[in-house]
Design a protein around this ligand. Structure first.
Ligand code: FES
Length: 180
């Protein structure tokens, strides 16, 4: 679970996003708009440079017709939501048992040293953030990380080097929040 971070920049869905969320809400019974919260938060995150500020979450609450605390509870429960600013590419390393046994800690430390950042920090060029998360369901391919929509599996130092190089060369266009 993460702490909810304050940020004052105002947030509002784009017209298209607002329409999408409203349309999602119609798929649930009257008064159950909250059921659309998972996607509604993803959309807000995508439109807020990859993270959910308090104004963004408050806006989601307003659109869904629920209280802000109901949104904070969900947003702070799942590691896929970022409650503080992040880099363009968020490297979410699994640190749970099977990945740990296969060397996740070594790979995470290697990446931190290579990028010169710690957990939840952003590189000075705004490109990368490292997160450590729990099982992402790819235990058979350990150690692994998720970046945006993609899993990167059987990680080793060479694969990390290549991935970072590819990001810097613009060969990887799917970062954290450009999900479409
Ligand atoms: S333990 Fe890492 S994906 Fe399941």
């Amino acid at each position: 679970m993460h702490a909810v971070t304050e940020h004052s920049a105002p947030f509002q869905y784009s017209d298209a996003a607002h329409k999408e969320v409203k349309s999602l809400m119609t798929k649930y019974p009257e008064g159950r708009g909250k059921s659309a919260i998972i996607r509604a938060l993803h959309i807000a995150q995508e439109e807020n440079e990859g993270w959910l500020s308090v104004p963004a979450m408050d806006h989601v609450a307003e659109v869904l017709g629920i209280t802000p605390i109901e949104v904070y509870e969900v947003a702070s429960f799942y590691s896929m939501y970022n409650l503080a600013p992040v880099g363009k590419y968020v490297l979410e390393f699994c640190q749970t048992g099977p990945c740990a046994i296969e060397g996740a800690e070594r790979i995470i430390e290697y990446t931190k040293l290579k990028l010169g950042i710690g957990k939840n920090q952003i590189t000075p060029d705004g490109m990368f953030t490292i997160k450590q998360v729990e099982c992402l369901g790819a235990c058979g391919y350990a150690p692994m990380m998720q970046v945006g929509e993609f899993f990167h599996e059987h990680l080793d130092e060479a694969k990390i080097d290549q991935f970072i190089e590819d990001c810097k060369a613009g060969k990887i266009d799917k970062g954290t929040w450009k999900m479409h």
